[in-house]
Design a protein around this ligand. Structure first.
Ligand SMILES: Nc1nc2c(ncn2[C@@H]2O[C@H](COP(=O)(O)OP(=O)(O)OP(=O)(O)O)[C@@H](O)[C@H]2O)c(=O)[nH]1
Ligand SMILES: [Mg+2]
Length: 271
C-alpha cells in the first residue's frame, strides 16, 4: 500500500488546523480566530482510498524578524526540516489576504527540495467574485512560475469541504506521476518524434537538437539530454524542452529537472 506523507504549512491563521481536522474527520487540533494557536506539530495516520496518509498540522510560520521567542524559532526550524521527509506539501493561503512574501518564501523552499507543492487558497467563501479571483491567481502563477506545471493550485473552504476524496485523489495521482519511470526507448522515441516535427531554438545561429536522452535514478523525474551543441543552453531553451516533455508524458504538478549535456562533455565521449 502506498504511503504519502502530507504536510500542511502556511502563515498563522490561514486555516491549517481547520483543514487538518477536516482531513481527519475529527477535531484533533484546536482551531480559533486567534493567530498562533497551534504551538506544536500534530501528526495522524489515516487510511483513505487504499492509501496510508500521514497528515501533519504545523504552527503558523512567521517571518524571522517577527519572531522573538526561542520556542517559536525552534518549531520553525522543525517544520522547515520536516519538509525533507515529506511527499506532499499543502501551503495554505488566506484568500482574503493578498499572497504575501512569506507565502512565496515557503513555496520556494518546497520547490527547491523537489517536493510536490499545492498552493491552496483557503477561505474562498470570503471572496466575492470567486471566478475573477481564481483567474487572477492562476495568471499570477503562470507568469511567475514558468512553467507553472510545477505548482498545483487549489481553492477551498476548509470549513466546508465538499469532497475530501476528490482532493486526495488528485494528491495520489500527482504522487504517482512523481514516481513515474520512463523507459529509455520511450524517451528516445520521443526524441525522434520531436526531431521530425519540431523546430528547435537556435544558439549562435545553430539549431540545438537533442541526440539522446535518459531518465536518471532520482526520486523525482530527472533527465539527461545529450545535445549536438557544445554551448550552454539558455533558460529559454530549457523552458522550451521542459514544456514539450511535460506535455508528452503528462508530467503535471510535479517537479522535474533536465540536465543538458553538451557534446564536448567527456562523459559523452566515453559512451
Ligand atoms: N470563513 C472561513 N474561515 C475559516 C476557514 N478555514 C478556517 N477558518 C477560520 O480561520 C480561523 C483560523 O483557523 P485555524 O484553522 O485555527 O488556522 P491555523 O492556520 O491553524 O492558525 P495557527 O495555528 O494560528 O497558525 C478560525 O477562526 C477558523 O474558523 C474557511 O475556509 N473559511
Ligand atoms: Mg493551527
Amino acid at each position: 500500500m502506498e504511503k504519502i506523507n502530507f504536510l500542511i504549512v502556511g502563515k498563522p491563521n490561514s486555516g491549517k488546523s481547520t483543514f487538518y481536522n477536516t482531513l481527519n474527520n475529527k477535531y484533533l487540533s484546536p482551531t480559533g480566530p486567534e493567530s498562533g494557536l497551534t504551538k506544536d506539530i500534530f501528526k495522524s495516520e489515516v487510511k483513505i482510498l487504499n492509501t496510508n496518509f500521514v497528515f501533519f498540522d504545523t504552527p503558523g510560520l512567521r517571518r524571522k524578524n517577527k519572531i522573538n521567542d526561542k520556542n517559536e524559532t525552534k518549531l520553525t526550524y522543525e517544520v522547515i526540516n520536516l519538509i525533507d521527509k515529506i511527499d506532499v506539501v499543502f501551503l495554505l493561503v488566506d484568500s482574503s489576504e493578498n499572497l504575501t512574501k512569506q507565502d512565496l518564501k515557503i513555496a520556494e523552499i518546497v520547490i527547491k527540495r523537489k517536493k510536490i507543492l499545492f498552493v491552496v487558497f483557503n477561505k474562498i467563501d470570503l471572496i466575492d467574485d470567486i471566478h475573477k479571483f481564481k483567474k487572477e491567481q492562476k495568471l499570477y502563477f503562470l507568469d511567475n512560475y514558468s512553467p507553472a506545471n510545477t505548482i498545483n493550485l487549489k481553492f477551498i473552504s476548509a470549513l466546508s469541504i465538499e469532497s475530501i476524496e476528490q482532493i486526495l485523489k488528485t494528491v495520489i495521482r500527482t504522487f504517482k506521476i512523481k514516481s513515474l519511470k520512463i523507459s529509455t526507448p520511450k524517451l528516445n522515441n520521443f526524441v525522434r518524434d520531436i526531431l521530425k516535427n519540431q523546430k528547435f531554438p537556435k544558439i549562435n545561429k545553430i539549431e540545438v537538437k537533442p541526440k539522446y536522452m535518459v531518465q536518471t535514478d532520482d526520486d523525482y523525474p530527472r533527465f539527461k539530454v545529450f545535445l549536438n551543441s557544445s554551448k550552454k543552453v539558455p533558460q529559454t531553451y530549457r523552458r522550451f524542452y521542459e514544456n514539450i516533455l511535460r506535455k508528452k508524458f503528462s508530467l503535471i504538478g510535479v517537479p522535474i529537472k533536465i540536465d543538458f549535456i553538451n557534446s564536448k562533455n567527456p562523459y559523452l565521449k566515453k559512451n
